[in-house]
Design a binder for this molecule. Structure first.
Ligand SMILES: [Zn+2]
Length: 305
């Protein structure tokens, strides 16, 4: 019998998103393997297994949303705030990269009776998922739905249904063994207008197969899973895209954030912090140092609030 300890770790595995269709385009889908992305997030944020799972699922759900955006400059920010002990999870994705952070990275809670990590309990369901899509237009698109379980995949599927009227089947999984991320992946299927009831029934019938995707990905490739799960439904791979954990923070962006604090706050900072200030990025933990002289220069650019 294979135990968790004998599964090889896949930290250097190449993460990839497959864009697929089923049944002559009546269903569109995404298959994702993101072990490297989740392992990197866990390393940056020093997460407990529970926080790794919650952040990992959120990163993958956001990456899948990002993969469906039109336009190279587009990005999406997903905030999951369910009122649970893990606090808020924020993830940002574009077509080929994702980054994220979680309020409580080291949360520990008892396992569920079925032995799984208590992601739903940690996230909570007394709150909202909000989605901000920046499509390069004057104003971003903003959507919001109530969380239904805090288990993340169900909450994303519910968002697509409520906010975009698209029936969606989604599964997201992170398999951890202590600090090690063994496997992470996801699947998303969306029913297009005109899809027949027969195809919808077929998907519902097969949905339990996709429930444990992270464990399945330890043993089979995405291509093999696709062939097995969607046998008879004419699965076609349209496109393959790499995915990585990448932050876009720069000193310039940090400067803008400081300027945005306004004159009063900046003046207080200059008076209080004679050694200057050090800002750490929430997503990648990189720090940027600003001397008192730097802050004074920024103060001159800031406006009264
Ligand atoms: Zn950063």
């Amino acid at each position: 019998m294979t135990t968790l300890n004998t599964i090889p770790t896949n930290e250097n595995m190449k993460d990839e998103m497959l864009h697929i269709t089923l049944a002559d385009g009546m269903v569109r889908g995404l298959l994702l393997t993101a072990t490297g992305v989740v392992a990197k997030a866990a390393a940056i944020h020093c997460t407990s297994p529970l926080s790794t799972a919650a952040l990992g699922r959120s990163l993958m759900g956001t990456a899948m949303m990002g993969a469906m955006l039109k336009g190279e400059e587009s990005s999406v920010t997903v905030t999951i705030d369910g009122g649970g002990p893990i606090g808020k999870i924020v993830c940002v994705a574009d077509a080929e990269s994702v980054r994220g952070c979680v309020d409580v990275p080291n949360l520990i809670m008892p396992l569920r009776p079925d032995g799984k990590l208590s992601v739903g309990m940690a996230v909570g369901k007394d709150g909202r998922m909000s989605v901000v899509k920046d499509l390069g237009m004057a104003r971003p698109y903003v959507g919001q739905t109530q969380l239904i379980s805090g288990e993340i995949a169900e909450d994303f599927a519910n968002y697509y249904m409520q906010s975009e009227q698209t029936p969606t089947l989604q599964s997201l999984g992170v398999l951890v063994n202590g600090e090690n991320v063994l496997s992470a992946g996801g699947v998303l299927l969306q029913v297009m207008p005109g899809c027949t009831d027969d195809i919808i029934d077929q998907l519902e019938l097969r949905s339990p197969l996709m429930y444990d995707i992270s464990r399945e990905l330890c043993y089979e490739s995405m291509e093999d899973l696709m062939a097995r799960w969607f046998d008879g439904l004419k699965p076609v791979i349209l496109e393959r895209k790499p995915l990585s954990y990448r932050c876009t923070c720069t000193r310039e962006r940090m400067e803008k954030a400081l300027i945005a604090l306004g004159r009063e706050e900046l003046s207080r900072m200059i008076a209080d912090e004679t050694d200057g200030a050090e800002l750490t990025c929430h997503f990648c933990k990189r720090s940027h140092k600003f001397s008192q002289g730097d802050l004074i220069k920024l103060l001159n650019k800031a406006v009264e609030k």
